[in-house]
Ligand binder design. Sequence first.
Ligand code: B12
Length: 232
Amino acid sequence: MASVPDISAIAAELGRSGLITRGGFNFGPGDPAPDGPRGRPARSVLLVGQAGAAPWAHFTEWLAVQGGEVTDLLDTWSRTVIGAVAERHGARAVSPSDRPFLPFQQWAMRAENLRPSPLGILMHPDYGLWQAYRGALLFDAWLPDEEPHAPNHLCDACASRPCLSACPADAFSDTGFDFAACLAHLRSEAGRTCREAGCQARNACPQDSFRYLPEQQAFHMAAFIDAAATPQ
Ligand code: B12
């Protein structure tokens, strides 16, 4: 019988790289569960993510010693860090970039009771829009059952929704995200501010205590443009 995962030990190990656990849950009988470490459908999943600038120094330190041939830099760093933790704790590590795409936002909404902001990015009660996922750990063991607390969805109290009027390319609307309009703008001369200072819609959100560093935002925008150029 697989032993119950030691969440606090896992959190401590991830914390050394500026990463955090982002909640988890046990798959129910009807839930589609990816394979666990032994090739059978996993019993539980623990999400791993980042908030604010915490992992940036660890990532750039790692980056400084990587040769030029490494691609998908942040994904590769995340897989290295989370893969080692998975190894030590008898889990299988998966990434938000693994294909076919795993439903990370659906898992996140269930694990931490979060809901999407008008931008499609989930809104977190502490970190706002300045958080994302770097991976997940799949276990053959059950996690201790905990009812996630019901955070108040900060967007519900935000009447002005500045995020929906800040985009110079009008890429965000009630109907969703116009990826092509965003990309065309980013690739244009006029897109310089978005490329260098980050997404103006995301930066317009008043929940900014964990805003990413300017260089961190520029890195994500460059990765976003590169990803769009890579044939899927
Ligand atoms: C494909 C993809 C995109 C595509 C299409 C959007 C889409 N349909 O999700 C594009 C390229 C447009 C995109 C853009 C961005 N993305 Co994206 N994207 C993904 C990815 C890899 C797969 C989505 C998917 O199909 N999942 C499979 C389905 C079955 O799972 P799902 O949970 O049901 O999918 C949800 C999303 O599709 C969401 N959704 C639908 N439309 C859109 C549009 C946007 C912009 C977002 C964020 C979500 C979203 O709705 C579904 C239910 O919630 C996910 C990671 C993942 N594995 O899920 C990241 C992910 C959703 N993206 C993320 C982020 C942060 C972004 C960007 C902000 C990145 C950036 N820095 O530029 C931009 C947003 C644009 C901007 N400038 O603000 C984060 C969101 C984290 C969070 N806190 O919610 C994720 C989870 C990746 C991560 N590492 O954390 N993305």
